[in-house]
Design a protein around this ligand. Structure first.
Ligand code: UD1
Length: 344
């Protein structure tokens, strides 16, 4: 029997958070979300509730505010926290580092303090493959050297270190650190998906906005990398697979508590040109592009060694590049302007 029944999801209205809430509800967990809606819309969670036919609790609040955190723990019997709330733009983190440290690091300290106060000791943390910096060998294993190349990456690394220290300090703490590779795709219904603010900086939303006619042309950052066709290679993981990975991590925390770190990726790398070709095939739309210089801080290749998650969490990505493109296109074509409230 699972001891973990009720889960607090910070940042649950966001892209990965909303998909994870959906699979938590489907798996029978009670779900409470705290989100300040700074980079997300409540409509995502309305749709999650409509898709599952189940209700979740929602608090519009901020993990940086003590009373917001404490009042949830005081009023709800939370057994575990999945912590997504955080800023995620590399470029923004370079121009406004303090905002990133305040939100991602201080916000997490505040959350952990609240958890400590109310004796809630299970946390799943949303980390990123960015903590590997430029790896020396591929596929990347969890025990590779860690280094961050920008403030965003450093906030992820600092929180990881904090969780390691916390688990060392007392055996009552249990932490699952999940390092995501490149999250893409959308729920198969096309009702929830990625809705970036402004012009997307990640490739998949950029391509889908070109396909739907919102943007003219994709700039490909570099065609002189030592890869199959000169463009960057990444491990694109379907957000549905990623969401399911969180359910597997929760089960693991329940059955074998402790500190654990897992890569969530597919183990396969695709180049930018391969991604475009698949997207064009699925959508029937031409994606005009031009080659420009390399983007600062980009690396040639990045893909995961996924054997640890497979053996330890019994989790493996099931989706394909084809389904990733299909589901992204379904979401984008049904919601060209993202989450626009039906009542607007
Ligand atoms: C980026 C972040 C990474 C973060 C991840 C979250 C940077 C440098 N890295 O990863 O820290 O964890 O997002 O999702 O921002 N590309 C283009 N044209 C574009 C956009 C991207 O050619 O307009 C290329 C990139 O050069 C890269 C690939 O597409 O080869 C993927 O880029 P992107 O989606 O931005 O992800 P990452 O850079 O891997």
């Amino acid at each position: 029997m699972s001891k973990i029944k009720c889960v607090l999801v910070t940042g649950g209205a966001g892209y990965i958070g909303s998909h994870t809430c959906l699979y938590l509800l489907e798996a029978g967990y009670d779900v409470v979300v705290i989100d300040n809606l700074s980079n997300s819309k409540f409509l995502s969670l309305e749709r999650v509730q409509a898709l599952t036919g189940k209700k979740l609790g929602f608090i519009e609040g901020d993990i940086k505010i003590k009373k917001d955190i404490n009042s949830i723990f005081r009023h709800c019997k939370i057994d575990a926290v999945i912590h997504f709330a955080g800023f995620k733009s590399v470029a923004e983190s370079v121009t406004d580092p303090l905002n990133y440290y305040q939100n991602n690091v201080y916000g997490t300290i505040n959350l952990l303090r609240g958890m400590e106060k109310y004796s809630i000791n299970n946390i799943v943390f949303s980390s990123s493959a960015t903590v590997y910096g430029e790896a020396l060998a591929y596929p990347i294993k969890e025990n590779s050297v860690l280094s961050a190349k920008n403030p965003y990456g450093r906030t992820k690394l600092i929180v990881e270190e904090m969780l390691r220290d916390l688990c060392m300090s007392s055996s009552s703490w249990n932490a699952s650190i999940l390092r995501y590779f490149n999250p893409v795709g959308a729920h198969h219904s096309g009702a929830i998906g990625e809705d970036p603010k402004g012009i997307p900086s990640n490739i998949m939303p950029f391509i889908s906005q070109v396909a739907v006619g919102k943007l003219d042309k994709l700039s490909i950052f570099g065609n002189d990398y030592p890869t199959v066709d000169g463009t960057g290679v990444r491990d694109y993981i379907h957000v549905v697979d990623l969401a399911k990975g969180h359910i597997s991590a929760l089960k693991k925390l329940n059955d074998m508590p402790g500190l654990m770190t897992h890569n969530l990726g597919t183990g396969k790398g695709w180049s930018v040109l391969q991604l475009i070709a698949e997207f064009e095939k699925v959508s029937g739309k031409k994606i005009p592009y031009k080659f420009v210089g390399r983007r600062d801080g980009d690396i040639a290749i990045n893909y995961a060694d996924v054997s640890h998650a497979k053996e330890d969490l019994f989790w493996e990505a099931q989706e394909t590049l084809h389904s990733i493109c299909q589901d992204t296109w379904r979401w984008q074509s049904k919601n060209p302007d993202g989450y626009v409230s039906e009542t607007n």
